[in-house]
Design a protein around this ligand. Structure first.
Ligand code: UDP
Ligand code: MG
Length: 338
């Protein structure tokens, strides 16, 4: 007869979660949160239910990425109830999802690390499928959204950027934006050791994977609230991805510069001959303006691109901290960092 799962009452559940040992758990779940007061309670309940059903020791690390709603208060309440399985890192400001995950990586204790978002677009119920692949010997288990529930613009743009990233880095991953992922610890240790300028975690970690695999996962509409990415943040993160992993964009730009220089030489030669054989060109001034403006915009774009790389170099030369932790709340070794 199949073994029936015992349904625990809330009090039993609470005391079971409280008595779990945390020192070296099997699993560390890393969750970045930014103004998620509407989702976080349902997320926490569903996540702990799934993790309990797996039957292995675990810890959940929430990184509060400078939330200014009730997220901090709610995380504090979870901690009061379940201090043994929870660790909470509070940033002093909003540094972005990937930086938050990186901070979580610096504090994990588990052998296996899982990352996911708090808005329930990635269902926590998929975690066992990722762990199955880890047990099968894969050191990095990525996922791709079977049927993506995001706006048409985001879905299409993400497809183009995934292709571009594949061309630039040569890394085989179907959907680098899907955060539901599992890693063996050695990959995370490598990822935090490198002082890479890119914080694009999924791509960074993929570089260190020896035996990666991608699996299809469910994707839902955001449970509640709105996406924390506006157009500006999306553009920033795309630049971070493209310029953080390779110099190819800069090299391509040089090639483009060479092509446009060649074309402009041809244009000058043509204009010279025209002047000699047909006479000076009185009209067509605006055509020349159009060509000039085109070159000008290409140059401005190039300067912007170079600026991105110079900015990265500047930040790493200054050893600018990637984030500042205001407080870490955990049971064993509470500490404060200013
Ligand atoms: N997030 C974060 N900092 C940010 C933006 C987002 O920690 O600056 C978190 C957010 O709380 C969520 C996850 O990152 O847990 C994914 O964010 P969101 O669902 O808004 O992104 P989308 O699904 O629209 O890409
Ligand atoms: Mg989301």
């Amino acid at each position: 007869m199949p073994k029936q799962k015992k349904i625990l009452s809330p009090t039993e559940r609470s005391s079971k979660l409280r008595t779990q040992r945390i020192s070296t758990p099997y699993l560390s779940v890393v969750v970045p949160v930014f103004n998620e007061e509407e989702c976080i309670e349902e997320f926490f309940t569903r996540l702990t239910e799934v993790l309990e059903s797996i039957g292995k020791t675990y810890e959940i690390i929430f990184i509060n990425d400078g939330s200014c709603d009730r997220t901090e208060y709610l995380l504090g309440r979870f901690f009061e109830q379940y201090p043994r399985i929870l660790r909470i890192i509070h940033f002093n400001n909003n540094y972005g999802q990937y930086t938050a995950i990186l901070a979580g990586f610096e504090h994990v204790r588990g052998d296996v690390i899982v990352t996911l978002d708090a808005d329930l677009q990635n269902p926590p119920e998929e975690i066992p499928s990722l762990l199955k692949m880890i047990d099968a010997g894969h050191d990095s288990v990525g996922s791709y959204r079977r049927e993506r529930h995001d706006s048409f613009f985001r879905t299409k743009a993400s497809r183009v950027i995934n292709r571009l990233r594949k061309e630039i880095t040569g890394l085989e991953m179907r959907d680098h934006g899907c955060m539901l992922r599992a890693y063996r610890r050695h990959i995370i240790d490598q990822a935090i050791k490198t002082r890479e300028s890119s914080t694009f975690i999924t791509v960074l970690a993929q570089k260190f994977a020896g035996n990666p695999i991608d699996i299809a996962v469910e994707h839902h509409d955001r449970a509640r609230g709105e996406s924390k990415y506006n157009l500006y943040k999306l553009i920033r993160i795309t630049f971070d991805l493209i310029t953080g992993v390779s110099l190819i964009p800069l090299q391509l730009f040089t090639l483009l510069g060479m092509c446009t220089s060649l074309l402009s030489v041809l244009l000058v030669v043509y204009m010279g001959f025209r002047r000699i054989f047909i006479g000076p060109e009185a009209e067509g001034v605006f055509t020349l303006f159009a060509i000039l403006f085109f070159f000008l915009s290409v140059i401005i774009m190039g300067i912007g691109l170079i600026g991105e790389y110079v900015g990265r170099t500047y930040l790493s030369v200054c050893q600018h901290p990637r984030f500042v932790i205001r407080e870490i709340i955990e049971m064993s070794q509470p500490k404060r960092e200013e």
